[in-house]
Design a protein around this ligand. Structure first.
Ligand code: SF4
Length: 191
């Protein structure tokens, strides 16, 4: 058994399997303590986190980690959809691809310079709240969470992990999402 502690200094004993599920679901210790408050690590319905094992790809954690942060295949599928869909056109694949920026500038009827200022990094749907970064770090990923160009966040509009330096046709001002409260609001809206 492993002893874990929440932010209030309360401790609990958990098994290695339970610890692994907490990691896979991207739960913080506070979230785990809240969701499974009983001494035997069960919730109000008498279920332990391991009882949810078969539902790992579902949204059982409610306002917790989105599926794309837990399921690499799903994330890739959603990213490809965002790249291919005429109305999304997520990109550019190669950040030095000027042609992409010319195309997106034409789409928005603006200059390339202005278009380049509208990226995931400042999009209203780009979630880099602490709890979402934890989801991304806890889950499997096929690319670096951070590189020389920027960092990954979660796109609530198209349900995949997008890169701060990229953009898409549906970009909207007002981001990024950097507060957990706002992130949970988006999660509720997306259910
Ligand atoms: S909607 Fe926003 S965050 Fe999502 S891919 Fe487009 S620009 Fe990026």
């Amino acid at each position: 058994m492993i002893t874990v502690t929440n932010s209030q200094g309360i401790t609990k004993q958990i098994s290695q399997e339970e610890q692994e599920m907490i990691r896979r679901q991207g739960l913080t210790m506070d979230m785990f303590f809240e969701m499974f408050p009983n001494e035997d690590n069960t919730n109000f319905a008498g279920m332990n986190i391991l009882d949810y094992n078969g539902m790992v790809d579902s949204d059982f954690v409610g306002a917790s980690c989105p599926r794309a942060t837990k399921d690499l295949e799903y994330n890739t599928r959603m990213r490809n959809k965002a790249i291919e869909a005429d109305y999304v056109q997520y990109g550019p694949l190669n950040l030095a691809d000027e042609e992409y920026w010319v195309r997106i500038a034409e789409h928005w009827n603006t200059s390339v310079e202005v278009a380049k200022e509208s990226r995931c990094a400042n999009c209203t749907a780009f979630d880099i709240s602490p709890r979402m970064l934890q989801c991304i770090k806890a889950g499997p990923t096929s690319e670096n969470i951070e590189d020389a160009e920027g960092y990954l966040g979660y796109c609530w509009m198209h349900s995949f992990k997008c890169h701060s330096a990229r953009a898409c046709y549906t970009w909207a001002a007002g981001g990024p999402i950097s507060e957990d409260d706002v992130s949970y609001e988006w999660a509720e809206k997306s259910e």
